[in-house]
Design a protein. Sequence first.
Length: 261
Amino acid sequence: MTALVLALVAGAVVGLALGGLGGGGSMLAVPALVYLLGFTPAHAGTASLIIVAVTSLTGLVAHARAGRVRWRTGVLFAAPGLPLAAATGALSARLPAALLTVAFAALAAFAAWRMLASARKPRDAARYRPQDRPDDRPAESGPARPAIAGAGLGAVTGLLGVGGGFLAVPALVSVLAFTMAEAVGTSLLVITANSLAALVPRVGAAGSLDWAVIAPFTAAAVLGAWDGKRLADRFSGRTLQIAFAVALLAVAALMLVDALR
């Protein structure tokens, strides 16, 4: 019963992060699965990808209905990373757990720094409103920049067992000049695709997972993603960026302390 309650609570928090911030779900799911629910790091990575893929798809539908998904750039961003996500997913099983944990923490801290730097800029990443005229929106980027960024993101997704939103959102905001709301919505497209690709080499391990924990965790995350979308409606882009960065810094500190013990 305790495990069920913990799974439901952790799942709700992961869903809120994915739905409201467009990322950070797996950054929260992996520590919750390891430290609260007793998963091994390898099984936590696989379970996290399952949870995040299903939840991100749910959040993507909600954001698409609100007109916050830049489909063309999202596809260009995600496609180059898919084969790399599969390849590094297979490689991750051969690397020491401590090394992966330190890399996980370092990337989370770096992403938080980028988001805080972006939030301090004069331009407020305001929410996209469906009534805005098309020429009020940032122009679509050419294919090269999103493709290069997406390839790196796919590699990280497979290696660390994360959906990649904690890197996708900063990249979409700072590199491709998306508003925060559009970055949140479009990142969910990227996360879903990368998570599914990274799961391919891990399919064999899925049979040994504790589905009695994963199923309620995923269900709570899906429900939380819809509430997270409402957070994106209510708060400014800068507020969401700061909240996202603080959450990432907390997770980075926790993982780094654990790796160095």
